[in-house]
Design a protein around this ligand. Structure first.
Ligand code: HEC
Ligand code: HEC
Length: 224
């Protein structure tokens, strides 16, 4: 009787174990050492010295920031998002008149499809509960009008690269940004970058809702 019970239990365990393991994104984050580069828990760096030591972007609010489908793809096959590296100052050297970027750090994630899905599920649970959701309003905006604000008035392109228009390299590219980021998060970040990253080198500006909606609607369309 006990033997039969033991056999039944072990059969159950071998059936249940792989499924349970595949679903445990948190354990995969640990075993793949994502936390050796990324901060997986807050708070964000509070001093410039801490920022300069940052090896990779913070992931402890990934669930507020990203679109899940993008995460699943990215952590299987990461690409360069920050042409000047995570901390621009650590990657550039000045040669003659020009800033030259040497070996910007890359993401080391190389997960298989199943593991990537489980990790993305876990990352999507890491949310900043104080972020307002349902703020972004999808609407038709004139690209030209958005570009006047972003490329002339505010010079976002001094730091960010616009698809086909070029721009700076000291921070994430706008190429594909619409597929990558949650529009509510973009709205919140542009409104107050320092809420997310107290020492980030993007200035807080006083934008009204209409201007924020204009910019985020423009960015949302940059989804390729
Ligand atoms: C050796 C350090 C290192 C390890 C280990 C690492 N990453 Fe990264 N990761 C980076 C760097 C550097 C970037 C920034 C790349 C860029 O912007 O071009 C990055 C970017 C990312 C991004 C995009 C973040 C953003 O804000 O744009 C995600 C998501 C990510 N990594 C997930 C992971 C996961 C999941 C793991 C573990 C399976 C992992 N990474 C392991 C260094 C690392
Ligand atoms: C002085 C340089 C600078 C300027 C100018 C600037 N930003 Fe940024 N921006 C940054 C930095 C630095 C980050 C975050 C760095 C990181 O995640 O590694 C950032 C992040 C962002 C992000 C999130 C991108 C992502 O992939 O995580 C958005 C959206 C954004 N900025 C929009 C804007 C808009 C809109 C403007 C113009 C109104 C602007 N920025 C002007 C430096 C700048």
């Amino acid at each position: 009787m006990t033997r039969i019970l033991a056999l039944a239990v072990s059969a159950l365990m071998t059936m249940a174990a792989p499924a349970a393991m595949a679903a445990d994104g948190k354990a995969l984050v640990k075993s793949n050492k994502c936390g050796s580069c990324h901060q997986m828990a807050g708070p964000a760096a509070k001093t410039i010295a801490q920022v300069l030591k940052r090896k990779a972007p913070d992931l402890f609010y990934a669930g507020s920031k990203f679109k899940k489908d993008w995460l699943v793809e990215y952590i299987q096959k990461p690409t360069t998002l920050r042409p000047g590296g995570v901390v621009y100052l650590n990657s550039i050297s000045v040669e003659g008149e020009a800033d030259v970027v040497k070996n910007p750090p890359k993401c080391a994630s190389k997960l298989s499809g199943g593991d990537a899905a489980a990790v993305a599920d876990y990352l999507m649970t890491l949310k900043d509960a104080s972020m307002k959701t349902g703020v972004f309003k999808k609407m038709k905006v004139k690209k030209a009008k958005a570009r006047v604000v972003m490329m002339k008035d505010e010079a976002c392109n001094a730091c960010h690269k616009f698809p086909k228009k070029g721009g700076g390299i000291s921070c994430p590219t706008f190429e594909g940004i619409g597929a990558r980021l949650n529009p509510d998060w973009m709205y919140s970040f542009i409104q107050n970058p320092q809420h997310w990253d107290p020492k980030v080198w993007m200035a807080k500006r006083e934008f009204d809702d209409a201007t924020l909606q204009l910019m985020v609607n423009y960015l949302v369309k940059l989804n390729k």
